[in-house]
Design a binder for this molecule. Structure first.
Ligand code: SAM
Length: 270
């Protein structure tokens, strides 16, 4: 249902942006509500007030994303518009925050510089909504046979399938609902590259790494963003991350400062 903004200044700003000429200082929430609902969600404003929240019409986001897709010619943005419209109750905005995208772009560029762009099969574990696979398929430098995005949360699969619809149709993408601790990484049809950008979310890094055959290529990201309750395995810094992972070979190690927190990345071999 689009973005939700708490009532207060934010609401007034949003409404002002919609119809600046009609807003008076000191308007009550009730009169704002009446104002917006009587203009209708498809009127000149981008949404409506419901239970003290301003709810932006999903079409508002869809129209903008579709316009941006046309303007940029980006299949990735077109798929995003599709996901926002078809699954409006899935909160995909977090996965598309500027820091998340910066971390994925950092990964994509560094992966290309470090290991090149040709892979037979990639597994992205803790893959969330499948943004990284969509970004890899969207990048002409990469030639990837197949990507599997694996996440414990069943809500992720349908979003990942829409974001990677073209690759899925071509038999090059699969979204799985599964536990990364229960996968057979050594199977004959296993991956040549395993990506885990959710290391801060899993309880036992060495235990998970033990499941992966020696010599297998890995890309790992973690962070020092301790204040997020879901981050149960943050690391203090890059050295702590290196020690936690105990890789047999490291081809890249680095840190990306994102102001609120720092993201750490290792590319190497189990
Ligand atoms: C918030 S998201 C991803 C954050 C990370 N910074 C990123 O951008 O990739 C963390 C994801 O890890 C998933 N996850 C946690 N434990 C998992 C497990 N054992 N197996 C598979 N997925 C898991 C969660 O369901 C969630 O979707």
């Amino acid at each position: 249902m689009g973005y939700l903004y708490p009532v207060g200044n934010m609401l007034v700003h949003v409404l002002s942006a919609a119809r600046p000429c009609c807003l008076q200082p000191g308007l009550s929430i009730q009169s704002l509500s009446h104002y917006v609902t009587s203009n209708g969600p498809r009127g000149n404003g981008p949404g409506m007030l419901t239970e003290n929240r301003y709810v932006v019409d999903p079409d508002f986001t869809f129209d903008i994303l579709r316009g941006l897709a046309r303007y940029s010619g980006s299949a990735f943005i077109a798929a995003l518009a599709e996901a926002v419209t078809r699954l409006p109750r899935h909160n995909i905005s977090q996965a598309l925050g500027h820091r998340q995208i910066a971390c994925k772009m950092w990964l994509r560029d560094t992966l290309y510089d470090t290991l090149g762009g040709t892979f037979g099969s990639i597994w992205v574990v803790g893959g969330w909504y499948g943004v990284l696979p969509a970004m890899l398929f969207d990048d002409e430098r990469f030639d990837v046979g197949h990507i599997t995005s694996i996440d414990l949360d069943p809500d992720c699969q349908p979003v990942a399938e829409i974001l990677n619809a073209t690759a899925k149709k071509d038999g090059r993408f699969t979204a799985l609902t599964a536990d990364m601790y229960k996968l057979d990484y050594g199977a004959a049809d296993g991956p040549d590259l395993v990506v885990n950008t959710s290391c801060e979310h899993i309880p036992d890094m060495p235990g998970w790494l033990d499941l992966i055959p020696a010599g297998r290529k890995l890309v790992l990201q973690s962070n020092n963003y301790y204040s997020e309750p879901e981050h149960i395995n943050c690391v203090q810094g890059l050295d702590a991350f290196i020690a936690q992972c105990g890789l047999s070979r490291i081809d890249f190690q680095g840190a990306l400062d994102l102001k609120k927190y720092t993201r750490f990345m290792l590319i190497g071999e189990r």
